[in-house]
Design a protein around this ligand. Structure first.
Ligand SMILES: [Zn+2]
Length: 109
């Protein structure tokens, strides 16, 4: 696969899903926790394999007001580390870790 092709395909899907109704820092989405934002951004992408960069691009498309430094997919996987999200290591985790920097979105978020 040509590098970038997957990101383009996923972005097309994201734009199709979210349309122009993006989070701008106020109103809808403002009070969501980071975990809830991950769920909102990826709930229709179960089974997709994504890189950390793709995850960041997608969630910022949905919630442009997010601080990129707070987008840490590794905090929402089966690996429970200190400071990780409450979902880490539980059945409610957002991602499965495939390799360093590669994740699969869990189904039924
Ligand atoms: Zn989480």
């Amino acid at each position: 696969m040509v590098r970038g092709e997957n990101a383009d395909r996923i972005l097309d899907k994201v734009v199709g899903l979210f349309g122009s109704k993006y989070y701008t820092g106020k109103g809808e989405g403002f009070k969501l926790t980071n975990h809830q934002r991950f769920v909102e951004a990826f709930k229709y992408m179960g089974g997709e394999e994504l890189t950390r960069a793709e995850i960041e691009t997608i969630i910022l498309k949905k919630f442009p007001g997010m601080n990129p430094g707070s987008i840490l997919p590794s905090d929402h996987t089966e690996i429970r580390v200190k400071g990780a999200c409450w979902c880490a290591g539980t059945e409610k985790r957002v991602f499965g870790r495939i390799a360093r920097g590669r994740y699969r979105v869990r189904t039924n978020l």
